[in-house]
Design a protein around this ligand. Structure first.
Ligand code: FDA
Length: 326
């Protein structure tokens, strides 16, 4: 990162570097998990702590849009934790399959692809010794279960040290489960090339800006550069015959995706996070656009939650107000 660009970004959101560093702190995670008040605040961004909490929220959303459900967790350090994550996803997918049947019984027949699970390979053990094979085996199990219950899977993208390994796992998964989606991040300098590789018919690509603290050697540092890259990547994805998934809350990117889709509402989808710009999600859905809400749940909310605080100073103010009871 150049000194001037790091400064420019820090001036726009002075807490961002500290918050992104804090998002990786195990000590702070253990500390914040202990307090009841954090739960009240966290619930703005996290739909529940257990499967039985999240399914009613998912059912409500499915009345007007698609969902992608994320069982929270990342960077597991023990094989047992990785296995537990896989088991949690198998239970989640069984729950989503049962929910689908229950909704059909009530007259709401879901469209193909309406239900998806989002997975992080670091939660499946990617950073353990032999972690790539372990994570891939877990992801395969989850994809097989998804196929059984009529759901999809998209592989989230984490920090740049894992990009190559994650894309290689996605290539392997797509051989057996061609509908497996992947995430590409427009802040990475490599992403236009990755878009060209993946923008083929049948591919499902979720394009986001990127949520981690990355060095200037691999990532654009200025918002304008990240946004310009996002637009270039969107154009490649829309031109490539695949199924673009525009994951952004940014009004300018939303307009650009709509422009590139040129009236073909079923050829792509907008995606936004649970609890963020809910009014815009509802507006787009009411205009019959495909909107998918990314719904995180689980006890391991800390890293996800702190990245949301880092994205927007107003979220941090909201958190601090709740903390001090105002
Ligand atoms: P940007 O941050 O420029 O914000 C534009 C506007 O959106 C803001 O002015 C504000 O109005 C609104 N906004 C944005 N963030 C907000 C927030 N936290 N709270 C309230 N308002 C907010 N990242 C990653 O690295 N790997 C991944 O796998 C994913 N997966 C993913 C899935 C989905 C469905 C989404 C929507 C996002 C991700 N992300 C992600 C996160 C993504 O990279 C990015 O950090 C956030 O979406 C914020 O970027 P925006 O494109 O929204 O624009």
């Amino acid at each position: 990162m150049s000194g001037s660009s790091a400064l420019a970004r820090t001036l726009k959101n002075p807490m961002r570097p500290a918050l992104l560093a804090a998002s990786k702190s195990q000590g702070l995670e253990a500390f914040s998990q202990r307090f009841a008040f954090t739960r009240a605040v966290v619930s703005r961004f996290v739909a529940g702590y257990a499967l039985e909490d999240v399914l009613p929220a998912v059912a409500e959303l499915l009345a007007s849009r698609f969902v992608s459900v994320d069982y929270l967790g990342e960077n597991v350090r023990e094989l047992e934790q990785a296995k537990a994550t896989v088991q949690a996803y198998l239970a989640l997918l069984d729950g989503l399959g049962a929910l689908r049947d229950e909704l059909a019984g009530r007259g709401l027949v879901l469209a193909d692809g309406a239900v998806e699970a989002s997975i992080k390979l670091s939660a499946f053990g990617q950073s353990l010794p032999d972690g790539q094979e372990i994570a891939l085996a877990g992801a395969r199990e989850v994809c097989a279960k998804a196929a059984e219950v009529g759901a999809l899977v998209t592989v989230d993208m984490e920090d740049h040290t894992t990009t190559e390994a994650t894309l290689s796992a996605v290539r392997a998964l797509r051989r057996d489960f061609p509908w497996t989606g992947t995430v590409l991040q427009s802040y990475l300098r490599r992403t236009e090339a990755d878009c060209r590789e993946f923008a083929a018919p049948g591919s499902r690509i979720r394009l986001c800006k990127g949520a981690y603290q990355e060095p200037g050697s691999v990532a654009y540092q200025e918002k304008d550069e990240v946004d310009a890259s996002y637009k270039r990547c969107l154009a490649i994805l829309f031109g490539g015959g695949g199924y673009p998934m525009a994951a952004t809350h940014d009004p300018a990117m939303i307009v650009e995706a709509g422009r590139l889709a040129n009236g073909r509402a079923d050829s792509f989808e907008y995606q936004m996070l649970y609890g963020i710009r809910a009014d815009e999600q509802a507006r787009l859905a009411a205009e019959r656009a495909r909107v998918r809400t990314y719904v995180p749940y689980g006890e391991q909310w800390y890293g996800y939650f702190v990245r949301r605080l880092a994205e927007r100073p107003a979220n941090l103010v909201f958190f601090l107000r709740a903390l001090f009871g105002r």
